[in-house]
Design a protein around this ligand. Structure first.
Ligand SMILES: Cc1ncc(C[n+]2csc(CCOP(=O)(O)OP(=O)(O)O)c2C)c(N)n1
Length: 629
């Protein structure tokens, strides 16, 4: 870059802007009370140089055909992307205040269908470079000179897909692709160097056929010079290996792994405003919150998993535990501290995790493999099928963050199809515990079973339902109450809502049985059939898609053995969205009220009909009576 006065002025202007951008990020995160602070702050200079200097784009016309494209492959840095998009003029900056709230255009992770300026969907790490290659290939086919920029994290570079894509970019000589590695040296569970070293990273990219330029990712002059060099480089793609500091700009956050996924408090925000030099307005001040009412005693299924592993690890030296950079969230990390030689943090590499788990099990180890449910079952589905389920190895996949109540991270992180993915696999058992004690017993049950088991835990803590000596048995359900009018079969969180509904219905003269079907596969056919024959009306309730989950399992059973009327309550063929767990459950119809409403409708139809749907037809009723009698 020429060192002209004009350029110097531009750099000064951009520097000033980075203060505003950092302020926007911190303020929106503080308001959202959740989100990823550290990795948003580390990439501010890089994004500012792109959006306010290098990229050809028209914020007022986001679909302009000639635009350069940007993909934030490390999608959790969304607040930084939203800040530069908003400040560029893609949308009103008032939207910043809605970050991660229900129906906001600013979801927990970037989503092209709601945010102007966002090209694709990201959040599941490792996928952005492939998407960038696709955009660049399309540009080449269309004879467009548009360039594609893609930002990755250094932890993210542990994902195998990145390296498949890196080969494609170089093989296709896509010199219009410019990769940017935000090398802040931290991931979630610690230092990248300690979790799963990626070094020598520049050499790795070079050996894949890329032009790698190493820079200081906070120095705007260096960034702009490197972006210019990338544009001049023909016949091969370029990657900027940008050394950065996680949490850059806020002294208590710099290099502090804690702030990966923690939003700043009001005090931290005030301190940051002083240190960085941005304004706080009246609207940024915290609003007083109503004191929380004390609720029932709660116990998390994932918390119990962490505790149980310590006990099981003591009892059984054959147990090994694997995680994929989420050991704080899945709670497997406690085992890692107590038994470091039997704990393997595989980094952000779920497919490798499942393959390694298979190898350990093949050698006779009892394996517990953990990560978020969506990445365990989705990203590594085929590894589980081929390497674990088919050979029937003893791998217990204990996956956390099942369902919608993952909350603000949004659809990319909400496992709403995982039960279906696992249920369809021969040899695989599927368990969704109703409380912490049931989880504890299920872990022991899983260890006794020869073969793989999928156990789903939740981010939310559930009220305690059972006593510490509660016995979970594979293939056995737990029956609550004895009602002739209706049977409700539920799992996980929905068991609790079904039990509340049971009480309300009872007070209105409707008697129903609630079956906690924690063993989704094998299903307790006998119990469900005998209750269905008694009540001749069944509702299923699950925090999962109504397709392929518990509802489908019960429907399969009833349609073959006792075809009584059935209503499935669950997520109706839709993706989730960001929001707090309570409002999300309401929006998607997973509430006590929804169960009560459906129950009343069903009982009314059974008793001769009222309302728009009328009575069940004689065919509907006869079918059930004939087959079951
Ligand atoms: C496929 C996948 N696995 C796991 C996660 C959970 N996750 C979110 S961020 C993160 C760590 C990423 O570290 P890095 O790429 O270094 O990001 P940065 O430090 O820049 O925030 C992980 C494991 C995810 N989003 N996607």
């Amino acid at each position: 870059m020429e060192n002209t006065e004009e350029m110097q002025n531009k750099i000064e202007e951009l520097k000033e802007l980075t203060k505003t951008i950092r302020g926007d990020i911190l303020k929106m995160l503080n308001k959202a009370k959740s989100g990823h602070t550290g990795g948003s702050l580390s990439c501010v200079e890089l994004l500012t140089a792109l959006f306010f200097h290098k990229m050809k784009h028209q914020p007022g016309n986001p679909d302009w055909e000639g635009r350069d494209k940007f993909i934030l492959s490390k999608g959790h840095g969304a607040p930084a992307l939203y800040a530069v998009l908003g400040r560029s003029g893609y949308f009103d900056i008032k939207e910043f205040d809605t970050l991660r709230k229900l129906d906001s255009i600013l979801r927990g992770h970037p989503y092209n269908r709601v945010t102007p300026g966002v090209e694709v969907c990201s959040g599941s790490l490792g996928q952005g470079l492939s998407q960038a290659n696709g955009l660049a290939l399309a540009a080449r086919l269309d004879s467009s000179s548009a360039r594609t920029f893609v930002m990755m994290g250094d932890g993210e570079n542990q994902e195998g897909q990145i390296w498949e894509a890196a080969m494609t970019t170089a093989h296709q000589k896509l010199d219009s692709v410019c990769g940017i590695l935000d090398q802040n040296e931290l991931q979630i569970d610690g230092k990248v160097a300690d979790i799963m070293s990626i070094e020598p990273i520049a050499d790795k990219w070079r050996s894949f056929g890329w032009n790698a330029i190493e820079i200081n990712g906070h120095d705007l002059e260096e960034i702009i010079a490197a972006l210019d060099k990338a544009e001049e480089t023909k016949g091969q793609p370029t990657i900027l290996i940008a050394k950065t500091v996680k949490g850059k700009g806020v002294s208590c956050m710099e290099g502090n792994v804690k702030y990966h996924g923690v939003a700043p408090s009001w005090e931290e925000l005030q301190k940051a405003a002083e240190e960085i030099g941005f304004e706080l307005e009246e609207k940024d001040h915290p609003k007083p919150e109503a004191p929380k009412e004390p609720g029932p005693k709660v116990l998390g299924t994932r918390e119990m998993y962490g505790e149980a592993l310590l006990e099981l690890g003591d009892e059984n030296p054959n147990i090994v535990v694997l995680d994929a950079d989420l050991s704080g969230s899945t709670k497997s990390g406690a085992f890692g501290k107590k038994f470091p030689h039997r704990f393997f943090n595989m980094g952000v590499a779920e497919q490798d995790l499942m393959g390694t788990a298979a190898g350990l099990a093949a050698a006779g180890k009892t394996v517990f493999a953990s990560t978020f449910a969506i990445f365990a079952t989705g990203r590594a589905w085929e590894q589980i099928r081929q390497s674990i389920a088919f050979p029937k190895f003893n791998v217990n996949i204990v996956a956390s963050h099942g369902g919608l109540t993952v909350g603000e991270d949004g659809a990319t992180h909400q496992a709403t199809e995982d039960i279906g993915l696992m249920r369809g696999m021969p040899h695989m058992k599927v368990v969704v515990p109703g409380d912490g004690y049931e989880l504890l017993s299920a872990l022991r049950g899983a260890m006794e079973y020869e073969g793989p088991v999928y156990i789903r835990t939740s981010r939310e803590k559930f009220p305690v339902l059972y006593s510490p000596d509660h016995q979970f048995t594979m293939g056995k359900a737990t029956v609550h109450g004895d009602g002739k009018d209706l049977t409700i079969v539920a799992i996980g969180l929905m068991v609790h809502l079904a039990l509340k509904a049971q009480k309300i219905l009872e007070s209105e003269g409707i008697r129903c049985t609630v079956i906690n079907s924690a063993s989704v596969k094998p299903l307790d056919n006998d119990t469900i059939l005998s209750e269905a024959m008694k009540s001749r009306a069944v509702i299923t309730a699950e925090e999962h898609s109504i397709i392929n989950g518990l509802g489908s399992a019960v429907a399969e059973l009833l349609s073959e053995k006792c075809p009584v009327p059935l209503k499935r309550i669950g997520i109706r063929d839709r993706f989730g969205m960001s929001g707090q767990p309570g409002p999300l459950l309401e929006k998607y119809g997973l509430t006590t009220e929804a169960i009560v409403k459906e129950a009343k409708k069903m009982v009314a139809r059974k008793n001769g009909g009222s309302g728009s749907e009328g009575a069940f037809s004689s065919k509907e009723l006869e079918a059930g009576i004939l087959v079951s009698s």
